[in-house]
Design a protein around this ligand. Sequence first.
Ligand SMILES: Nc1ncnc2c1ncn2[C@@H]1O[C@H](COP(=O)(O)OP(=O)(O)OP(=O)(O)O)[C@@H](O)[C@H]1O
Length: 256
Amino acid sequence: MSEILVDGVERTYRSGGKAVHALGPVSIAIEAGRTTTIVGPSGCGKSTLLRILGGLDRPSEGRVLVRGQPVGERMDGIGVVFQRDLLLDWRNILDNVLLPAEMKGLPKAAAVARARALLDELGVGDFADRQPWELSGGMRQRVAIARALLCEPWLLLLDEPFSALDALTRDQMGVLLQKVQQAKNTTAVLITHSIPEAVFLSDRVLVMSGRPGIILDDIQVDLPRPRTLALREEPEFAAYTRRIRVQFERSGVLTA
Ligand SMILES: Nc1ncnc2c1ncn2[C@@H]1O[C@H](COP(=O)(O)OP(=O)(O)OP(=O)(O)O)[C@@H](O)[C@H]1O
């Protein structure tokens, strides 16, 4: 059984008497324990699709089954990381990470121990007692990832989590994300605009068309793990990035 089954999903927004066909139809089966990445031009419906997968929005047509059940509005076991870290300025770093455990009413001592371990693993353990504004953008995003991982989600939804970061931090975050995702075999669905980032992090890349986004190409990335940054200079890595670029050129998203 697929972890997530997307069957004929479409989304049309209606605002001010106008209909905007944002997405689809899209049909995909997402497998457990793998990282599936969606790349596509701005406005093609990537975030819409991710929100529908997480039960945060409903399709206008089609259906989504999560572990065999229709997707619900309040699903358990999902961690979400957005482009903006959404840390709460009035809580220190540790308390920001603890938020999901508090909302679920989980025992505090165990949650604190896990939060501290995650912050250590992500290299920001020394900042647990600081306030968010005392951290750099990359450090804040690590905290947001720790918060998303606190309750050991089986599914991680990542909507352009690194796009606000500088190139070096972004590379480093990719390596970190791979490490934490592989350690727990978490299923991850990632959105990115970066073709190399998509190939580096993914087991599978879905290439989307312009709006309304449909899937133009479905690429299995058979590169060995764990992946190191040096892999990006190898010919087999370039073959994957080329395939995605060519898809975008063919569909007019990129011009050669
Ligand atoms: N709540 C909404 N109401 C009306 N239109 C919306 C709404 N949310 C998104 N849209 C429209 O749907 C389309 C797809 O939006 P979406 O945010 O899913 O795209 P995206 O691929 O994630 O874009 P980007 O890469 O720029 O973040 C866009 O044209 C957007 O304007």
